[in-house]
Each structure stands twice: as C-alpha cells, then as structure tokens.
Design a protein around this ligand. Structure first.
Ligand code: GRG
Length: 304
C-alpha cells in the first residue's frame, strides 16, 4: 500500500473513533446519565476537531500494525491520546500560560468560549480520555493486562513526571540564564514523553518484547526531541499562516529554546542528527517499519 493511502486510513480511523466517542449532543441539561451537556460538548469538540496533524494517534496505530497487533484494539487508545494532547494545547494557550489567540488555524478555545469554559473543556477531555481507556480495557477481557499497561504508560507520560513536569519547568525557566541540562529536561518531558506514549501503549496492546520496547522508547524519544527543536525553529523562521498560530513568541516570552541557546545552525544540525538516530532505532523491525520511516520523513519536513 502507498504511504499516503495508509496515512489517510489511520487519520480516518482516529476521526471516526473520536466522532463515535464524542457525538454532538443537543441537550443543555441531559436527563440521561453519561450524556455530556451540549455546551461543554461543543467546547471540547471545538478544539478536538480543529484539524491537528494527529501525530500521536497515528504513531499508536502505526506502531500497533508494525508489531503485528490488532489495530481495532488500538483505535480507542489512539483517540484518547489525542484528547489528552488537545487538552494540553487548550490549557497551554490560556492567559495563565502562553496566552495565545490562535491554534490550529482558528481562535483558541478561551477566545471563543471564555477562560472558565476553556479550563473545563481541557479538564473534560483529560478525564474523558481515561474514562474511554478504562471502558475500552473492560471490553477486551482477553487482553485486559495489555490495555491496563497501555493506559498506565499513557498516564505516566502525560502526568506529573511526564508532560506536566516538563510544562512546569518550562514555565519556571522563562527569563532564566541559558542551561542546556534544564532545556533537555523540558524537551524530554513537555514534548517527547507524549510522543513516546503512543509507541509504548501500542507495545503493551500488541505484546511487544523487551528489545522491541527498547527500540520504541528510543524512537519516541529521538522523534520527540527533534520535533521540539523543529518547533522552536519554526517559531523563529516559520510561516505564521502555514502554522495557524503566531510566530516569534518564544523570544518575546523569554523562553528557553534550542535556537536561543545554541543558535539556528546548531539547532538544525541537532535536529538532523536526532532524526537519523530515530530512523536507525527502527532497524530491528525491518520491512515492517516502512510506514514509520515514511511518517518520520513527513514529520521531518513539516511546516506547521
Ligand atoms: C498544559 C499540561 C500542559 C502541557 C502543555 C503540549 C504542551 C504542553 C504545550 C504546547 C506548546 C508546545 C510547543 C508544546 C510542545 C509540543 C508540541 C510541538 C505541540 C504541538 O503538537 P503538534 O504539532 O500539534 O502535534 P497539532 O495541532 O498538529 O496536534
């Protein structure tokens, strides 16, 4: 199968699963247990269906395929991971954090629905993601342990020693003197952990062995670090129109970034090295890694 066809299949699977899990509701005060009130549902869907690249869920589905796992079992975890990622973007854009007006080419959640409801939309997506993960696990008694381990891998990487830890250090480091160790910690956790999570979750669902877990971990970390350096570079030299958000904000906010510490050229070189390392770490999967190689190539060339 062609790369583009496979990529579109994965993205459609994610979008259909999201739609199934989070249907549009019409009742402001639902009278049935388990229904999401209409306004809250609208705020959650606004950001979730804003057309992100779906990098994390595609990684989860592709890794599951690469490992010979059952892709049907991976669809809900993939959608749940996109909910967690979307919550993090909504909260990151709030006035108390980066205070951004645009995301994914449209007004940020709080600009449309107000800060209170943007907080709730993020909280809603985060909690609903775990509700979906647990419900899905209970539906797969034959692979319950795999699903519980997958949920644990996601929770750990999204949580207080993962993405939230990285975000905390990121906030604390604004206007601080350059410190490469601190920057490495921020990138590893703020960004790379949530890109490693889908690979490990897929490993749990598909029953990967130790060597495969090691390779998946390495691939995720290298992709995540490169992805963040590229993001820092795009903030310096990217096209705001293509990115769907304002650029030049890192310098304005005094953020600790790779280009700020090491310069643009060294950042480009570091990114190139990390992308090569990422691809090399797939060697143990042989031909089965064809999509992962192509996907890494697409991410490497991204303009948004
Ligand atoms: C608020 C707990 C909390 C965490 C926020 C995700 C994040 C952590 C901050 C967003 C800002 C940022 C530059 C994060 C680094 C990760 C990153 C590049 C996110 C954007 O991911 P993409 O490019 O976005 O996959 P789309 O919109 O395509 O899904």
């Amino acid at each position: 199968m062609e790369y583009r066809e496979q990529y579109d299949r994965y993205v459609s699977a994610v979008e259909e699963t999201i739609e199934r899990l989070l249907p549009q509701t019409e009742r402001e005060c639902p009278d049935v247990d388990g229904m999401i009130p209409a306004h809250l549902c609208k705020t959650m869907r606004y950001s979730l269906l804003a057309g992100g690249k779906r990098v994390r869920p595609v990684l989860l589905l592709a890794a599951c395929d690469m490992l010979g796992g059952d892709i049907e079992q991976a669809k809900v975890p993939a959608a749940a991971l996109e909910m967690i990622h979307t919550y993090s973007l909504i909260h990151d854009d709030l006035p108390g954090m980066d205070d951004d007006d645009y995301r994914r080419g449209r007004l940020t959640n709080h600009k449309v629905y107000g800060v209170g409801h943007a907080i709730l939309a993020g909280d809603g997506l985060l909690n609903y993601a775990y509700e979906c993960l647990l419900q899905n696990a209970m539906g797969h008694e034959e692979n319950l342990k795999g699903h519980v381990l997958a949920a644990k891998a996601i929770a750990g990487r999204a949580g207080v020693s993962g993405m939230i830890a990285g975000q905390s250090l990121d906030l604390l480091s604004e206007h601080m003197p350059p410190d490469l160790n601190r920057l490495a910690y921020i990138h590893a956790h703020k960004t790379a952990d949530l890109l490693t999570a889908p690979l490990l979750a897929a490993g749990c669902i598909a029953g990967a062995d130790d060597a495969q877990f090691k390779a998946l971990s390495k691939f995720g970390m290298c992709v995540g670090l490169a992805f963040q350096i590229d993001d820092d570079l795009l903030d310096v030299e990217g096209d705001a129109q293509l990115m769907g958000k304002r650029t030049g904000m890192d310098a304005q906010r005094g953020k600790m970034t790779w280009p700020a510490l090491m310069g643009v050229e060294a950042s480009r070189a570091k990114s190139r090295a990390l992308w090569s390392e990422a691809e090399a770490s797939l060697s143990c999967f042989g031909e089965r890694a064809w999509f992962m190689h192509a996907f890494a190539g697409q991410l490497r060339e991204r303009k948004n």
